[in-house]
Design a protein around this ligand. Structure first.
Ligand code: PLP
Length: 441
C-alpha cells in the first residue's frame, strides 16, 4: 500500500528553491549542457515545429511522451513524400511506383530489424501497434499452447494491452492469469516470480519499461528464468524502444512488440518481432490478400514470413515513416538519448519529491523517463487542467494500467513523461506550475 512507497517531502516553499538549486548544480554537469558537442538539444528541438506552439499564450511544454511522442520534420516529410511521389500498393505490381513503394517498405523493415537487434527481416511483422502485436501472439501462439488449467504469468505493472488479450484467451480456454508481484518501489520481485512457475505455466508476458512507474525490468533475467522452465516470453517494448538500446537477441525475448508513435514515428504502425522458428510454427491470424501463395475454395497455401501475418494492404506510408524515425533516433544516438533522459529523470524525481505534499509513485532503482505522482488536496485531473492553462501537457488518470494503480491504492495519478527533446527548463516549468497551483487550489 501507499504508506511505504512514496517520497513525501515536508519542506516549505523557500526550502524547495534551495533544494532545486542543489539539484541543478548536480545534474546540469551532464553531456546535454549548453555548448556540449554530443547533442545539441536546442537544434534537436528545431526538428519538432510543434514545440514552438503557444498554448493559452504559453510555450508548449510537452511532457506526455509516454502517451505519444511528437514527430520530427523528417518523419512528416517522409509521409508527405510517400503520398506525393510514390504512393502505390506494395508487392503486387510490375510498375515503377509499386517497385519504389515496395523498396521503401522493405527498407523500413530492415531498419527496424537492425534497430532492435533481430537477425532477419522475416522476424519483423508490421502491424497497427503494440496492442495489435500482443493480440496476434495471444490469438496464434497463445491459442496453440494454452489449454484448460494452464497459467499465463503477467506482471502487475502491465498496460491493459498486455493483460486483456491474455485474459480473453484464458476465458476462452478456461485458463488463468497469475499476476507477477511487484514491491512498493514498483520493481518485480524476482524471487516471487520464480516461485510462480509450475508445470501449468505456459507463457510469460511482461513490459520492459512500465508506462506508469518508469521501472526498467530485468528482462534478461526474467527471460532466463522462464526459459529454464521451458516457457516463452513476450516482452512489451512499447515504452522501452524510445528510451533504451534494445537487442532482442541479447534479451533472448521470444516475442517483442513496439509502437511507432511512441518512438517519434506515426500512429497506426507498430511491430511484432518473433523468433523465426516460433513464427514459423504459428498459424496466421487474419486471412486475406497479401498473405497467400495460392487460394482454392477447399485450401489456401500461405506466404512465408513475414507476409503470412500481414493480411490485406498494410500501413505502407506509416511503415516507411517509422523507418525514418529509426534513422532519426540513430543519428542522435541511443546512448546519448539514454544518458540525457536518465539525467532529466533524476532531476525531475528530485524536484518533484521536494514539493510539499507530493508523493512519487514508482521509485525503482532502475527507472527511466516516466514520473507518476499525486498531490495532497488536489486531484490529478484538476492539476493537469491547471498546468494545461500554462501550456504544460501532462496526463492524469489510470494510464490504461489499472491493476498497478490499485496495487498502490490509487485510481489516478499525474504522469509527466520525458522525451529526447525535453529540457531542464521543461521540468522547472512543471515544478513551478505545480507549486504555484498547489498553493492556490
Ligand atoms: N504497452 C505499453 C507499456 C504502453 O504504454 C502502451 C501505450 O500506452 C501500449 C502497450 C499500447 O500501445 P498502442 O496503443 O500504441 O498499441
Amino acid at each position: 500500500m501507499i504508506a511505504n512507497n512514496y517520497y513525501h517531502n515536508s519542506i516549505n516553499e523557500a526550502d524547495y528553491y534551495f533544494v532545486k538549486q542543489q539539484c541543478e548544480n548536480t545534474f546540469k554537469q551532464n553531456k546535454f549542457s549548453e555548448g556540449d558537442q554530443n547533442i545539441k538539444i536546442r537544434n534537436i528541438r528545431k526538428d519538432f515545429p510543434i514545440l514552438e506552439r503557444k498554448i493559452n499564450g504559453y510555450n508548449l511544454v510537452w511532457l506526455d511522451n509516454a502517451a505519444t511522442t511528437q514527430k520530427p520534420l523528417c518523419v512528416t516529410e517522409s509521409l508527405n513524400r510517400y503520398y506525393k511521389e510514390y504512393n502505390s500498393n506494395v508487392h503486387r505490381g510490375a510498375h515503377t511506383l509499386a517497385k519504389e513503394a515496395t523498396e521503401e517498405y522493405e527498407s523500413a523493415r530492415k531498419k527496424v530489424q537492425k534497430f532492435i537487434g533481430s537477425s532477419s527481416p522475416e522476424e519483423i511483422i508490421f502491424l497497427r501497434g503494440a496492442t495489435e502485436a500482443i493480440n496476434l501472439v495471444a490469438n496464434t501462439y497463445g491459442n496453440m499452447i494454452i489449454n484448460g488449467q494452464d497459467e499465463i504469468l503477467v506482471s502487475q505493472m502491465e498496460h491493459h494491452s498486455n493483460i486483456v488479450p491474455w485474459q480473453m484467451l484464458c476465458h476462452k480456454k478456461g485458463s488463468r492469469i497469475v499476476p507477477i508481484p511487484i514491491n512498493d518501489k514498483g520493481e518485480i520481485i524476482l524471487e516471487e516470480y520464480e516461485k510462480l512457475f509450475s508445470p501449468r505455466t505456459k507463457m510469460v508476458a511482461i513490459t520492459q519499461v512500465s508506462n506508469v512507474l518508469g521501472t526498467i525490468n530485468p528482462i534478461r533475467e526474467i527471460v532466463a528464468i522462464a526459459h529454464s522452465h521451458g516457457v516463452c516470453v513476450l516482452v512489451d517494448g512499447a515504452q522501452a524502444a524510445p528510451h533504451l538500446s534494445t537487442d532482442v537477441r541479447e534479451l533472448d525475448a521470444d516475442f517483442y512488440t513496439l509502437s511507432g508513435h511512441k518512438m517519434y514515428g506515426p500512429t497506426g504502425i507498430g511491430v511484432l518481432y518473433g523468433k523465426k522458428a516460433l513464427l514459423d510454427s504459428m498459424p496466421p491470424w487474419q486471412g486475406g490478400g497479401g498473405m497467400i501463395k495460392d487460394v482454392d475454395f477447399d485450401k489456401t497455401v500461405y506466404m512465408d514470413l513475414p507476409y503470412k501475418f500481414e493480411a490485406g494492404t498494410g500501413n505502407i506510408a506509416d511503415a516507411v515513416a517509422l523507418g525514418t524515425a529509426v534513422d532519426y533516433i540513430e543519428e542522435i544516438g541511443m546512448n546519448n538519448i539514454e544518458c540525457h533522459e536518465q539525467e532529466l529523470t533524476k532531476y525531475a524525481m528530485e524536484a518533484l519529491s521536494a514539493i510539499k505534499g507530493s508523493y512519487t509513485i514508482g521509485n525503482a532503482y532502475n527507472k527511466t523517463s516516466v514520473l507518476s505522482f499525486i498531490l495532497d488536496g488536489v486531484s490529478p485531473q484538476k492539476m493537469a487542467e491547471l498546468l494545461d492553462s500554462e501550456g504544460i501537457a501532462v496526463r492524469a488518470g489510470h494510464h490504461c494500467a489499472q491493476p498497478v494503480l490499485k496495487h498502490f491504492g490509487l485510481s489516478s495519478t499525474l504522469r509527466a513523461s520525458i522525451g529526447l527533446y525535453n529540457t531542464y527548463e521543461d521540468i522547472d516549468a512543471l515544478v513551478k506550475g505545480i507549486i504555484k497551483h498547489r498553493y492556490k487550489s
